[in-house]
Design a protein around this ligand. Structure first.
Ligand SMILES: [Zn+2]
Length: 301
């Protein structure tokens, strides 16, 4: 599974950074989280698979998080798309998307299905779920959890103990059936284990809040807005400082923290944000245009 930070600037783009957009590649499917201006061009430049996008999750309806939608939708039309596109977001997403689609002389070769979500909703995909959680940003705003379904996997050491390494019967054990093997009965729980799926969290825009920490618990990767240094957080109401981003990651006990949504004030000095977050949480990286983060499958204990 790959995650790309496609756009990483807040409010206005810079020469180096487009507006908010992140993409997950899960078994070939591309899932977008926010679609700021410049997203489609960046996705093309890095050959990330524009036409493979089926679902777009909008965190909230500030322009820097949705201003790339119109162009993206139009490009899919020009390329002759026929598959439907699904757009999800907080309350009023349907209303705002309708307005976008009612702009100009618009032709469309495919259907767009739009859904207003509330916390508690679950969008089920093939082998994963995405669910929104409320964050604090002064308008209806979500963070999102992408969670892979748990998987039944064979424990290598336990297999060796039974001499089971080379039997096709492992499939039966994974399916929950006992097998007869070398004059003994082997039960599934003696060899196979349920392994939790991978978890990716995107904060959207938010001040540091408990619901974000709760929903980020034990994530493999947290993509967290870090708009400014902590000394400037009073001026950036409803946002998170780099220091707070580090605190959130530490409290939620995530594996890795990726910072994004940088104010242009720090252009060329983004390392300062990383340093500040790094004092709170060690495993931190800066999101960059088209930078790829790989999350490997979990193994049995
Ligand atoms: Zn915002």
């Amino acid at each position: 599974m790959d995650i790309w930070t496609v756009g990483t600037s807040s409010a206005v783009p810079t020469r180096e950074r487009a507006l908010a957009c992140n993409m997950i590649n899960y078994r070939g499917e591309r899932i977008l989280f926010d679609c700021g201006e410049g997203a489609q061009r960046r996705i093309m430049m890095d050959k990330l698979g524009l036409m493979k996008i089926d679902r777009i999750f909008i965190s909230h309806w500030h322009a820097d998080h949705f201003s790339g939608l119109l162009g993206l939708i139009q490009t899919l039309e020009m390329e002759g798309r026929e598959r439907p596109l699904y757009i999800y977001g907080p309350p009023r997403t349907e209303e705002f998307t309708d307005r976008i689609l009612d702009t100009g002389y618009f032709k469309r070769s495919y259907d767009i299905f739009v859904e207003d979500l509330v916390e508690g909703d679950v969008i089920a995909g093939d082998g994963y779920e995405v669910y929104p959680f409320e964050v604090e940003h002064g308008v209806n705003a979500f963070g999102y959890v992408f969670e892979e379904s748990s998987q039944v996997k064979a424990n290598k050491e336990k297999m060796e103990k039974f001499g089971l390494e080379s039997t096709p019967k492992i499939g039966d054990l994974k399916a929950g059936e006992s097998i007869e093997w070398r004059d003994q009965t082997v039960k599934p729980d003696q060899v196979v284990e349920k392994v939790p799926g991978r978890k990716i969290v995107y904060s959207g825009d938010t001040s540091k809040c408990d619901n974000l920490i709760k929903n980020s618990e034990n994530a493999d990767l947290l993509i967290q807005e870090a708009t400014c240094l902590h000394e400037d957080i009073e001026e950036r109401k409803n946002h998170t400082s780099a220091k707070q981003a580090g605190e959130i990651a530490r409290k939620a006990d995530v594996e890795k923290l990726v910072l994004t949504h940088f104010s242009r004030r720090y252009r060329g000095e983004e390392e300062k944000l990383k340093e500040e977050a790094g004092k709170e949480f060690e495993n931190v990286e800066l999101g960059e245009e088209g930078k790829r983060f790989e999350v490997k499958p979990h193994r049995p204990e």
